[in-house]
Every structure is written in C-alpha cells, then in structure tokens.
Design a protein around this ligand. Structure first.
Ligand SMILES: Nc1ncnc2c1ncn2[C@@H]1O[C@H](COP(=O)(O)OP(=O)(O)O)[C@@H](O)[C@H]1O
Ligand SMILES: [Mg+2]
Length: 450
C-alpha cells in the first residue's frame, strides 16, 4: 500500500517538474531568440535599427504577454510597450555583455478595479552606448499552472493516503473477523466438542482453503479417535475376559487339594490361554499400525504370484490334513507395491479362514490375475459363506459369526485384512461363491521393474 502511494506521488511529482521545466525552457528559448534578433539588428543598423525593431514588435505583438522596451542609460523609456522601466529591475546590476541578465518582476496594468498585476520574466541587454533593451514574457500562466499542479499534488496525496488507510482498515477488519471465527471454533474444539467445524464460505480464497484443511484434519482426528476408542474398548473387553479366566483357574487349582496331575493340566491350559492372549494382542497391534498408515512400512515392488506360491506351499499340508483340495491359477507375473510381511499375514488370514470354515471334502481355489492396470488376488471356498448382510460387519474387530463359535479364532483376522488392504490402497470385496465365500483384493499394478 505504502509502495503504491509513494510511486504515484513520485510519478505526479515527476510530471509536475517535467512540465514546469518544459514551459520554462520554451519561454527562455523564445526570449533568447528575440534577444539574438535584436542584438543582430544593433550590429547591423545601430541604435536606430534596434529602436525600429522594438517599436515594430511592440506594435504587432506575436503573443499577448510579450514586452519590449528600449531605454537610455538613465532607464528612461525610448520606445516599447512598457510605460516605465520596471522598478525592481532597475537595481539589477547590469553587465555589458550580450548574455545579459535574467530578471523577474511584476507590472501593474489598468486602473482601479480593473488593475491587474502580471508576473514577468525578461532579459536585459546592455548596449555598448549605455542604452538598455528589455525583452520579456508574461509568466503568469506558468505560475498559475504551477499552483494548480501543486494543489493537485497535495490533494492527491491526501486523498490517496485516506483511501489507503480506509482500504487497509477494511481489509484488516475483515481478515481479523475471519481469523476470529477460526479461533473461536478451535476454542470450542479444544474445550472438547470435536464435532465442531470451521465455516467454509465457498469463495475458494486462502481462508477457505485453510478452513477446509482444518476441517479435514479434524475429520481425520475424529476418525482416529473413534478407532482408538474401538481398540481400547475391545482390548478391555476381549483381553480382560481371558485374563480373568486364567487367574481364577489358577486360584481354584491352588485352593484345591495339591495334586501334581491337576497342576500340570492347569499349567497347560494356562499356556494355551496366554498363547491366545498373545496372538490377540499381536493382531490388535498389527491392525492398529496398518490402519494408522504407510509410515513405518517399507513398500517394495513384489510379484504377488511368487508370494501366493510360497503361501500355497505352506498351507497345502494343512488343507490336505483336513481333506480339502487346494487349486490355483496364477498369472506369470503380478507386480504390486507392497509391504511383504503384512501382505503375507493378510493373505494367510484369508487362506486360514477358508481352510477353517470349509467342511471336509470341499475345495479352495486361489487365483492371481493381472491386467496392465490391476492385479487381483482371489480366494474361493465351498464352505458356508457369509450372508450379504454380515459382510461389512465381519471386518470389524472381534466379530465372529454365531455358528462358528466352536472353531478357534479371535475375530481379528478379517480386520487385519481390511487394514492391510487400506494400507496398500487395495480394494477388498467379499462375495458369494454359491456355495461358499469369495474374497478378492484388487491392487494397482506396480509399473516399476521387479
Ligand atoms: N471363508 C469363510 N467362510 C465362512 N465364514 C467366514 C469365512 N471367513 C470368515 N468367516 C466368518 O467371519 C468371521 C470373522 O473372521 P476372522 O476375522 O478371520 O475371525 P476368526 O477367523 O478369528 O473367527 C469368522 O468368525 C467367520 O464367522
Ligand atoms: Mg480368521
């Protein structure tokens, strides 16, 4: 704002001085040219010549403000359009050179009310015989112009300063008001109301962008908090129960008759229980870490087909033990950007479920397909499947369907799969295999070389 005011003032000032300069130079040039003419006349025709010229010029004025005067050594006028030698020009020390003297003076014309004072600028030439010639112009115009310009300059500075001040005031008041809104909302949020959001005006300006970023941040925080609450709730519930069970079983055994066989049985079951608690605990941590995001997980290009082959080798004996067939059709190469360990854990959970919930003599089919854009892992079984209404629900922590209560499990397997899918930006889909369950994970194909 200040820069703007300063530059406008500088520009106006420059115009002012340039114009004054130009007018002055013009006036001087005209006077100079006439002076030269007069001096020439003198050198050609002497005093008579100069008197003739001055008389002629004074009689036929080229410009209304022009003055000509020839005076003797006592400054008594001889000829010209001035009635007397100008009073304040008399004392000007005069040289005998033809450069002469520049003088400024005022002359009064007319009588009474009509009397006007005019400002003159003139050159005096001392002639060799003691005579003086005076040639000048009215510079009242220039003076008036100068005054108007000065006034305009002063006013424009005042008006501009006022405008700048008002504009700044308005702008800062508006900015402060919007900052205040954000501050007030954040205060409410700090005070515990996490549902508050900063108002977005829809103008798309910086404040709007700041506000919507803040809102997105708040959404994210709220999501994380809700997730955290779910984790702590489920930890309290699902780890608390087995720990209490473990403790009371040990206490009961100690209270009973000391018997080595009973002790051994109790310790064995205690080990099983702690294994289960440990597994639940590890899964919970894995899920929480995968859900929080990619930070801390090294993502590398890997061939999903190779990973699937490794897992098949691992699970084939388990499936055969339960009299299940495992078939597979795997694409030659299926590059994805992945964290090998977590992805292997998630795929293991899917295979484990298929084996666990499919009755004997069933079949499990593993499929890896790849298109130029996508890589898809699919696992199908011939078990009971999951009703459509439950397919979202089973992805939550500790959710196990009623009829499977007898089979061992924590209800965390599919939660980890969902979290790992999110970590890999893969799409997880549960479908009906009629009969059985079909689970697929669709990845973006990795374009780098493996
Ligand atoms: N392949 C499957 N066929 C039928 N039901 C399944 C299958 N996979 C998972 N489920 C159901 O979804 C629930 C959640 O699975 P999961 O999260 O892996 O927990 P868990 O296997 O420990 O019970 C299981 O308890 C089961 O009821
Ligand atoms: Mg499972």
């Amino acid at each position: 704002m200040t820069v703007f005011v300063v530059s406008v003032v500088a520009l106006l000032g420059f115009i002012y001085y340039a114009t004054i300069e130009l007018i002055d130079r013009e006036t001087n040039n005209v006077i100079d040219a006439e002076t030269k003419g007069v001096v020439e006349q003198y050198s050609l025709f002497g005093l008579r010549g100069i008197a003739g010229v001055i008389q002629h010029r004074a009689a036929n004025l080229k410009e209304p403000g022009a003055i000509y005067l020839l005076a003797n050594s006592n400054y008594e006028p001889i000829t010209g359009n001035l009635s007397a030698w100008p009073a304040d020009a008399e004392d000007t020390p005069l040289g005998q050179t033809e450069e002469g003297q520049w003088v400024h003076f005022r002359i009064s014309q007319g009588e009474g009310d009509e009397k006007i004072s005019r400002q003159m600028r003139a050159r005096i030439i001392g002639l060799p015989n003691g005579y003086y010639a005076l040639i000048g112009r009215d510079i009242g115009e220039r003076e008036r112009f100068r005054q108007v310009m000065q006034a305009a300059l002063a006013w424009s500075v005042v008006i501009m300063a006022m405008l700048a001040f008002l504009g700044g005031l308005l702008l800062s008041r508006q900015l402060l008001r919007r900052v205040d809104t954000i501050a007030r909302t954040s205060r409410q949020i700090i005070d515990g109301d996490l549902t508050q959001r900063v108002a977005v005006r829809g103008t798309g300006d910086e404040f709007d962008r700041l506000s919507s970023n803040l809102n997105e941040m708040l959404d994210q925080i709220e999501r994380l908090l809700v997730g955290m609450r779910a984790v702590t709730d489920s930890v309290a519930h699902d780890l608390g129960a087995p720990l209490t069970r473990l403790k009371s079983r040990i206490e009961m055994t100690l209270r009973g008759t000391p018997d080595i066989k009973t002790y051994q049985a109790t310790l064995r079951s205690a080990i099983n229980e702690t294994d289960h608690i440990r597994a639940t605990f590890d899964s919970l941590i894995d899920i929480a870490r995968a859900e929080v995001g990619a930070k801390g997980f090294e993502m590398k290009p890997l061939n999903l087909t190779e990973l699937a082959e490794d897992l098949l080798e691992l699970y084939e004996p388990v499936a055969n033990d339960r009299r299940l067939r495992i078939e597979s059709s795997l694409a030659e190469t299926a590059p994805v950007l992945a964290n090998r360990q977590t992805l292997a854990q998630a795929l293991s959970n899917l295979i484990d479920n298929a084996i666990k919930y499919t009755p004997a003599d069933g079949a499990i089919h593993l499929d890896v397909t790849a298109t130029p854009e996508q890589v898809r892992f699919t696992i199908e079984d011939t078990g009971p499947g999951i009703p459509a209404a439950e397919r979202e629900h089973v992805l939550q922590r500790f959710v196990r369907l009623e009829k499977t209560a007898e089979t061992p499990g924590t209800g965390l397997g599919l939660s980890l799969v969902a979290a790992v899918a999110k970590l890999h930006r893969a799409k997880l889909a549960l479908n009906d295999n009629a009969p059985g369950l079909r689970v697929s994970l669709t990845f973006q194909r990795c374009l780098e070389d493996e």
